[in-house]
Design a protein around this ligand. Sequence first.
Ligand code: NAD
Length: 251
Amino acid sequence: MMQELIEQAADIITGSRVTLALTGAGISVESGIPDFRSAAGLWSKYDPAEYATISAFRANPQKVWEMLWEMDEVVSQARPNNAHLAMGELETMGFLHCIITQNIDNLHQAGGSRNVIEYHGNSSTLSCLWCGKRYKAEEKRDENPPRCECQNVLKPDVIFFGEAIPEEAMRRSFELASSAEALLVVGTSAVVSPVNTIPSIAKGNSAKIIEINKERTHLTDSLTDIFFQGSAGEIMPQIVEAIKKKKAPLP
Ligand code: NAD
């Protein structure tokens, strides 16, 4: 049954002219970065509703930076897992055109993917909200809160709740989604808006939707065509292996 689904997913991907992936925090859990939903870890200590909003940051940057530095320690040590690596390989093979990620951890790029739209930004750089000067996070790790040379507090280049999505990321994602013939939705609960409109935009173009998640989501019974219940690090490499076999030259 599982092998049959893997074969079906491989057929969809090899038969598609434009394949995208939409990824979320779940794809990085096997790299040691907790998602929002896991019972343990960072987010049980820091409620995202309290810490991850732009108004919380503006009201008390030092408090929010305590959480950000703790997160930075986890994220900066994380390495890409088998799911990131499999996606990198899929792109190199010419079967994955772009990844739209909600993650801010840089692990897709570290796993070999080049076409990555970071819908919610990237935590490895910080910017001054006042003068716009940008710094590498690693240069500022001994400061809490980190400050610009103009003395204003720096903000990581991630999108907090309540902030606008960078226009270019939004435009490109929607454009790609409306031409997609296949969409992999991996490790996301798809509840954060507006990125969670991507599956329905792709479906509007009759794209086949392959979902990988440890648990069912609101997409599973509505838009998803093939659902893999399990971990991304186990399932993604199996799909890539099946594609390789299909594409192996005949003896
Ligand atoms: P989420 O926490 O709402 O959902 C994660 C989903 O992944 C869940 O449905 C869970 O069942 C699933 N999952 C967990 N482990 C998995 C695994 N090994 N394989 C497959 N699926 C697995 O995350 P979200 O939908 O990305 O939304 C949360 C928001 O928080 C996003 O905006 C994201 O940017 C941000 N966030 C990012 C990171 C990161 O960069 N790594 C970490 C935490 C939160």
